[in-house]
Design a binder for this molecule. Sequence first.
Ligand code: PLI
Length: 459
Amino acid sequence: MDMSKYPAEPFRIKVVEVPNILNREEREEAIKRAGYNTFLLDSQDCYIDLLTDSGTTAMSDKQWAGLMVGDEAYAGSKNWKRLEATVKEYYGFKHLVPTHQGRGAENLLSRIMIKEGDYVPGNMYFTTTRYHQEAQGATFVDVIIDEAHDSTIDIPFKGNIDLKKLEDLVNKVGADKIPYICLAVTVNLAGGQPVSMENIKAVRAFADKHNIKVFSDATRCVENSYFIKKREKGYENMEIKDILKEMMSYFDGCTMSGKKDCLVNIGGFLAMNDENMYTQARELVVVFEGMPSYGGLAGRDMEAMAIGITESVDYNYIEHRIEQVAYLGDRLREAGVPIVEPVGGHAVFLDARRFLDHLTQDEFPAQSLAAHLYVEAGVRSMERGIISAGRDKITGDHHRPKLELVRLTIPRRVYTYRHLDIVADGVINLYKKRDSIRGLKFVYEPPMLRFFNARFELI
Ligand code: PLI
């Protein structure tokens, strides 16, 4: 590999964490104890933990210093004032309520906007987002472009919304049944794929025509901004922070999981422009999260998030973050391992259907691949396939996503290129002996968000 293509770490390491490095036999025991579910492994038993990029960021020295100026008053904390001002400055929305994390904001948004029998179109589902929409009586409708469901198609903005699908939905159910369009930047389950500014503008224009609101799932919006800078004409000379602000200007508001692009271990917010909606959000947040000036967070958490937001738009940070993920993808592609193309912002996704083409979807290939990768290399990854998709609330059958994936999610500012080499070597070794990998069956299936706590055994 020509390493000069990849930017070196734009940080120095000041604190280290030493995990257990188990041998193969110990890892076999550990995964059996965990019911072949990587969510149920002990963190200390995972040498390289790529379960998620959520809340796993290494905070900066400035953020840690920020924790010391936490104002832990029950109401009116000064850290809240700073967070509010920072979100207004970088995201441009008039109002926000803090929440303990992204799903807290999704709960509030869904309760405020959705009536029983509504439809919420979105560019592919995310587990918690869809859960909250359905819990309020809505039907989620996937309106992402078809290409997003094919892991082999390499196009620059694979997270885009298909305007024709939106139009068809409006014609079928009527615009008054669509309280808002949920537009995620980037699209996690499509592989961390970005949405173009052109598509965001087109969705805005469509929504205006039909009097529908547009809310963004802004969880990885800084990563989306980087892709726009690199791939979309007219944005190549703009600063990340200006791209971010322009992007957000097309939305009526957003939900945010601060645990990703705000570079913190906990936190989130719901932002909006509408005065009336803000009043409702303030009324609801006290029921589910806490006072509108803390929303389930400590003052110190809000301080760290405000600082994280300012650091997240730094070009050196985001360039290294995205290109490091690309490096892992390049290594795997070079060895012929089937991955989702193109590589997205936060993770490399293994295509388990092609990796384990001797297994059917009912043998849970992605779940099995994740379990075997742990045994092979001490690397923890996550299934994003039939298990994550859950069951249809009416028919009770599995949702059957076309994409059956294992996500190798890279935490921000945590691992070096050498760590990623260990991951790549482990995956490549496993690929060479893929025919010996067996499928799994449930021994315990939870009724909701089953992937978190499910248990399996080898078939
Ligand atoms: O985990 P939360 O509640 O802070 O955020 C929920 C959430 C909303 N939208 C998107 C696109 C997400 O990726 C997301 C959380 N993602 C997790 C936990 C992940 O591992 O990807």
